[in-house]
Design a binder for this molecule. Structure first.
Ligand code: GLY
Length: 374
């Protein structure tokens, strides 16, 4: 089956197929081949705010976030409203309603948010039955003295606040999950029928994702006209994950970090790799040390790739068999994004402009062999 990335996704390596004894020795050399786009494209010189940046699937979301900031919402609130579009979209199978389920067919969502001025944060992990986990995370931040609620406790919290509970598994996602079960092994009880394979939804999945197990997500970071920062990250996580698996998205410092005086950063892609290097916090620390948002994203990716040492995560050239992207903005409205592999896009919007897709900088100068498009 073919691999492709039309949502903002990163494949989970197939351990059986990619096991190699190579080490990640190519990353440093590759880093020199980066900075592929001019800083001007990221609005570095413009100084015009508000600005919102997001993963590629956040094109509409950045527009909404900017409009909400112009209407007076704080950046963290505007960010959560922005990503609500994607959480409610059944056609984005990587986030919220219609997100692909865990291995037992249950949709479990992760999200967090963080407010720059107060550095308060809220998060939910493995939340079932509520399609707007970022909004629930915002309430954790607003209404409690805690940061992270998980599982049934998070669901009870959402229920107590009146969030509507619903089944998030769409017909399309259910059919794709059953197809995946049938494909898993010849020594379990499940098979794939010809009718299943011919189903238009299953065909759509095969064409878009093939045999890979992507980790799609939306991150959105925002700065308002006064230089106030906020952000959010929300996801249904790794396709067909072990029930209870939580990735980087709800973890402050991993999938999102905001320091009101320095910058806001977030991630999409292989969550475990982001967690291992506290990725978004690392981006913000590089900004603190004087890097532009784009260079900070590249610096964090370089660290992440150097930390990728297990053979099952590396190709024969010692390069990761997955992608990670970081997105960042600073209080001046300068922004940027970078991916391990070339060919990725991110969403950007500034007050008074239409949302647009821009090219991410990248560690490696070519698209990965396993990606058919970006
Ligand atoms: N970055 C999303 C995840 O790994 O769950």
């Amino acid at each position: 089956m073919s691999n492709t990335h039309d949502r903002d996704v990163s494949p989970e390596p197939d351990h059986g197929l990619t096991r190699r004894e190579a080490l990640a020795v190519g990353a440093a050399a590759a880093l020199g081949a980066t900075a592929r786009l001019s800083e001007a494209q990221d609005g570095v010189a413009a100084g015009h705010r508000p600005v919102a940046v997001a993963s590629k699937n956040g094109l509409e979301a950045v527009g909404r976030a900017v409009r909400r900031m112009e209407a007076g919402l704080s950046p963290v609130e505007a960010a959560v409203e922005g990503v609500g579009i994607v959480e409610a979209d059944p056609d984005d199978v990587t986030v919220g309603y219609g997100g692909l389920p865990n291995s037992e067919g249950v949709v479990q969502l992760d999200a967090c948010c963080m407010d720059g001025p107060t550095m308060r944060a809220g998060a939910v992990g493995a939340l079932e039955g509520f399609k707007h986990p970022a909004a629930v995370a915002l309430e954790v931040m607003r209404r409690t003295t805690r940061v992270l609620l998980v599982g049934e406790g998070a669901a009870r919290f959402a229920r107590s606040l009146g969030f509507p509970s619903e089944n998030l598994l769409t017909e399309r996602s259910r059919k794709i999950w059953l197809y995946w079960k049938g494909q898993m092994s010849s020594i379990d009880d499940w098979m794939t029928t010809p009718e299943q394979v011919q189903d238009p939804d299953v065909q759509w999945f095969i064409k878009k994702f093939g045999a890979i197990r992507p980790t799609g997500t939306i991150n959105l970071c925002a700065v308002n006209a006064d230089g106030v920062l906020g952000g959010t990250t929300t996801t249904s996580g790794l396709f067909f994950k072990i029930p209870g698996r939580v990735g980087d998205s709800p973890l402050i410092g991993a999938g999102l970090y905001v320091d009101g005086e320095v910058g806001a950063a977030g991630s999409t892609g292989r969550g475990e790799s982001v967690i291992q290097v506290a990725g978004s916090h690392t981006v913000v620390e590089f900004i603190r040390a004087g890097k532009s948002p784009r260079e900070a994203c590249l610096g964090a990716l370089d660290r992440l790739v150097r930390a990728t040492r297990m053979p099952y995560l590396l190709d024969t050239d010692g390069r990761p068999t997955f992608d990670v992207k970081f997105y960042a903005v600073n209080p001046r409205g300068e922004s940027g994004a970078a991916a391990i592999w070339a060919g990725a896009k991110y969403a950007w919007c500034r007050g008074g402009t239409e949302p647009e897709l821009r090219d991410c900088a990248s560690l490696y100068p070519t698209p990965p062999p396993w990606r058919k498009d970006s």
